[in-house]
Design a protein around this ligand. Structure first.
Ligand code: NAD
Ligand code: GLY
Length: 384
């Protein structure tokens, strides 16, 4: 382990490509000392977006320089549209203009957009240079910075071009979450809940007890959520790095979510985590409809999403007017789909997810046709 006094340290066990995840406050200020042991040289190029540059680049720069590391930076625009071929080309040109070499380490400072884009660039620049994830959103700290999925979006859909390329280190500085807007915190929280719903009912119960405090700014709850989420993700990635089996469970809610994001147009109207929240509720509904899951579990999930202000339906996402057929067509193009069949992560209950291939389109259509808002449906359930 790299080690840091008051940081929680986890390890992603992938043999020679294994790496540490450090979680705690103040890590950016100590980035040089923390990263030096895994760096081939003394040169870092930080890739970040405009908003994060204003807020946190100074601390990372200072932390690296204090460790004797020379720092340059490249600031990209930010937002989901930045995960594009054009931005990838510009970033690669900017890296090559700076004459990076194989001893240079790229630091991805930002949310999932910066992490996915910079990680992909690192995987192809000079056929692969080392990179460090320094995630600054809750979503990136609990999910996207761990596991080595990198990539960009294309006109065919999200994340359809990319690579599996593991970082050398993850520095999740929980202080950065203090500047994150509440809507982004809530979106990241959906991915926290996801770990409980997949295979850890006790963690879902923890979410029910602590979710509200986490959203309201409780630093201890945030840190615990990041540590437990990273522990779950590290375990899954170590068991199935390239998603041949168990890792696919991390896509709970994602078949619905990717269709929602495509329908909303990636412009920020629907955040990834918001789409995942609604997608998880709908995956529970679909599981109930197909006879796999008790209705009480689906209701309990909806109740928690409502209590934490998360969307639980396409209507909550402002997408009630989209036709079921067009949404289903997008679902057929999902990476998980094989031969055009509909693939979903379904559940036998809270904490018992499984992959279902060839889900009947009619069942999905019926779920999508039930367009009552989450809160409306919850009221009906509770008063019934
Ligand atoms: P994001 O990177 O767009 O960040 C959200 C917004 O918050 C941006 O405007 C950003 O500038 C701002 N921001 C970031 N950190 C901040 C901070 N500390 N204070 C204030 N503002 C801050 O979005 P995201 O939700 O972090 O990531 C979403 C992306 O992650 C999607 O593209 C999704 O596909 C991807 N993703 C990837 C994986 C993976 O395994 N690679 C997993 C899940 C999601
Ligand atoms: N976010 C899903 C995965 O990393 O596999």
């Amino acid at each position: 382990m790299t080690g840091a006094d008051d940081a929680s340290a986890l390890h992603v066990d992938l043999g020679a490509r294994g790496y540490d995840i450090l979680v705690g406050p103040g890590l950016l200020d100590r980035a040089g000392a923390l990263a030096a042991p895994i760096m081939r040289g003394k040169r870092a190029v930080v890739v970040t977006d405009r908003a994060v540059a204003d807020l946190h680049l100074g601390r990372l720069r200072g932390g690296l320089e204090a460790g004797g590391i020379a720092v340059e930076d490249i600031v990209v625009e930010g937002g989901e549209e930045t995960k594009s071929f054009d931005d990838l080309r510009s970033l690669l040109d900017a890296l090559l203009d700076r004459r990076i070499d194989r001893a240079t380490t790229i630091f991805a400072l930002g949310g999932g957009v910066v992490g996915d884009l910079a990680g992909f660039a690192a995987s192809v620049a000079l056929r692969g240079v080392d990179f460090v994830q320094a995630p600054t959103t809750l979503l990136a700290q609990v999910d996207s910075s761990v596991g080595g999925k990198t990539g960009i979006n294309t006109r065919h859909g999200k994340n359809l071009v990319g690579s599996f390329y593991q970082p050398r280190l993850v520095l999740a500085d929980t202080d950065t979450l203090a500047t994150l807007p509440p809507r982004e915190i809530a979106a990241g929280y959906a991915e926290v809940v996801k770990y409980g719903l997949i295979d850890d009912p006790d963690f879902f119960a923890w979410c029910e007890g602590h979710g509200r405090a986490l959203l309201d700014g409780d630093a201890a709850a945030r840190r615990e959520a990041v540590v437990e989420s990273c522990r779950a993700k590290a375990r899954t990635v170590a068991a199935d790095e390239r998603e041949a089996g168990r890792r696919a469970l991390l896509n709970l809610g994602h078949t619905f979510a990717h269709a929602a994001e495509a329908a909303a147009g990636y412009g920020g109207a629907v955040l990834h985590g918001e789409a995942v929240a609604a997608g998880m509720a709908l995956a529970f509904d679909l599981s109930v409809a197909l006879g796999h899951c008790p209705a009480e579990d689906a209701e309990r999930v909806r109740r928690h999403l409502a209590a934490t202000g998360l969307p639980a339906d396409f209507e909550d996402l402002g997408l009630a007017d989209r036709s079921a057929d067009s949404l289903i067509e997008t679902m057929r193009q999902d990476k998980k789909a094989e031969g055009g069949a509909l693939t979903f992560v379904l559940v036998r209950g809270i904490g018992h997810a499984f992959v279902a291939r060839d889900v009947p389109a009619e069942a999905v259509r019926q779920i999508l046709a039930r367009r009552g808002s989450a809160s409306g449906r919850l009221e009906k359930t509770v008063s019934a």
